[in-house]
Design a protein around this ligand. Structure first.
Ligand code: IPM
Ligand code: MG
Length: 354
């Protein structure tokens, strides 16, 4: 297969982890006889510095012409600490989601047995937790009408039936490939938008009689996730609730540096780690590249190249077993490997396997 990949390294540790993702992708392509070309493009604070726009038109065009986007991270403390800044790196991310029509954000939450002890939860609660959060990504408060003056401000949590229906279909499709269980998370006891979500979900659920559907208020879901994470199979929810719940979900496994995500919708899909740009670690060669590398696995899965995806996951598992790990997940007393060492080890593993 011929693949055209747009690569958006972004800010902070982005470029370092992205390099490892690209190296792994190239190794897999060589192994399986695919031809990949990479088109690099700027975004985030890097793009603000260079052209004054966190998601420039040229970057958008590069994304549109690609089969998939490999994205790393954006964000810079220069902007975080300045509430008056009118242009922010995160706006680039939102612009990318909106312009590419990426309404479905898929965040699989998996536990790795060798890392479960790092979870803030007890092993017996968290081990074998395995669920996926499907977060609506282009609606709700993030994009609804906003207003602010000195005394008053608001954001509008607006959803249309069409937006709700299409994300629900994504969730049910995932559930059918998994354990046939969807949990719709909302706040239907308070919010009108949530009541529409619940009504539409009740209708759509009829089309999937083999899937068990349950409804949970978001506050209750936040609690259940730490009490009994194994309860969940597929969670589907609106943009803001999904933002909050996926941060919670990502840390309970004890391996935030290992969690990839996919954003899909109308145009080119984007694959990126769940974690952020960790500016303090920039250039230190200590960042964990595994979430980025596993994003490449999700990319291959999306293209139905499942053997390719499986080999990446196997190589990542082998690196963990061999304790070739960055400091954030290394065992006590174990050697610290750099970002590039871990990436190179995985590339070698892929090259050398029969
Ligand atoms: C995420 C992030 C983004 C979001 C920020 C960086 C804009 O937190 O992808 O979850 O809020 O969606
Ligand atoms: Mg978030």
């Amino acid at each position: 297969m011929k693949l055209k990949i747009a690569v958006l390294p972004g800010d902070g540790i982005g470029p370092e982890i992205c390099e490892q993702g690209v190296n792994v992708m190239t190794a897999i392509a060589n192994k399986f006889g695919h031809t990949v070309t990479y088109d690099y493009a700027i975004c985030g604070a890097d793009a603000i510095d260079k052209v004054g726009d966190p998601f420039p038109e040229e970057t958008f065009q590069t994304c549109m012409q690609a089969d998939a986007v490999l994205f790393a991270a954006v964000g810079d403390p220069r902007f975080d600490n300045d509430p008056t800044a009118t242009i922010r790196p995160e706006q680039g991310l939102l612009a990318m989601r909106k312009r590419l029509g990426l309404f479905a954000n898929i965040r699989p939450i998996e536990t790795f047995p060798s890392l479960v002890h790092r979870s803030p939860l007890k092993d017996e609660i968290v081990s074998e937790a395995d669920f996926v959060c499907i977060r609506e990504l282009t609606g709700g408060m993030y994009f609804g009408e906003k207003y602010s003056d000195e005394d008053k401000a608001y954001d509008t949590n607006i959803y249309t039936r069409k937006e709700i229906e299409r994300i629900l279909h994504v969730a049910y499709t995932y559930a059918q490939r998994r354990r046939n269980h969807v949990t719709v998370v909302d706040k239907a006891n308070i919010l009108a938008s949530s009541r529409l979500w619940r009504k539409v979900a009740q209708e759509i659920s009829q089309q999937y009689p083999n899937v068990t559907t349950d409804f949970m208020y978001v506050d209750n879901a936040a609690m259940r996730m730490i009490q009994e994470p194994r309860f969940f199979d597929v969670i589907v929810t609106e943009n803001t609730f999904g933002d909050i719940l996926t941060d919670e979900a990502s840390c309970i496994t004890g391996s935030m540096g290992l969690l990839p995500s996919a954003s899909t919708g109308e145009h080119t899909p984007v694959f990126e780690p769940i974690h952020g740009s960790w500016p303090q670690a920039k250039g230190l060669n200590i960042a964990n590249p595994l979430a980025q590398i596993l994003s490449v696995a999700m990319l291959f899965d999306h293209l139905s190249l499942t053997d390719e995806a499986r080999l990446i996951r196997k190589a990542v598992q082998a690196s963990l077993d061999a304790e070739v790990r960055t400091p954030d997940i290394q065992v006590e007393g174990g050697k610290h490997y750099g970002t590039s060492d871990v990436g190179q080890w995985i590339v070698n593993y892929i090259n050398n396997i029969e």
